[in-house]
Ligand binder design. Structure first.
Ligand SMILES: [Zn+2]
Length: 134
């Protein structure tokens, strides 16, 4: 961990615990303000989605760009221990995809919010509402 750049270290620190991250709280507040009610971290579903709307059979994941390798500017693979990170990220991505497919097979609709998208809250709100109402 001491080899991480300060930026990556702060990402790592912000991810300890894995849930109730800042982007996730942001998304929760946004959806709640629109009058939707949801369950959190449903362990009984593949990947225990961050927000679950049982009646609508819809699930939302809020993915950290770094851990889930969004491919955007803030998800760059660290320059040190590259092999280690690459392997770790591959596993994360494979797990994400498997969970998504399993949910779809069970008849759920899945929406992924990327951490960097929470910086454009109006656009994000639009897309989330579209997902929830369609
Ligand atoms: Zn991103």
């Amino acid at each position: 961990m001491d080899r991480l750049t300060p930026e990556h270290r702060s990402w790592v620190m912000s991810r300890i615990g894995g849930k109730d991250t800042k982007p996730e709280l942001f998304v929760r507040r946004l959806i709640h303000a629109e009058g939707y009610r949801f369950r959190l971290h449903r362990k009984s579903l593949p990947g225990s989605p961050d927000l679950v709307f049982p009646g609508r059979k819809k699930a939302i994941f809020v993915h950290g760009c770094f851990w889930h390798q969004h491919g955007c500017r803030i998800s760059k693979v660290p320059k040190t221990r590259t092999a280690y990170w690459t392997e770790k990220f591959e596993r994360n991505r494979a797990r994400d995809e498997k969970n998504r497919l399993e949910l779809v097979c069970l008849g759920w609709q899945v929406f992924v919010v990327w951490e960097c998208e929470t910086r454009h809250d109006q656009q994000l709100k639009h897309r989330i509402l579209e997902f929830l109402t369609c």
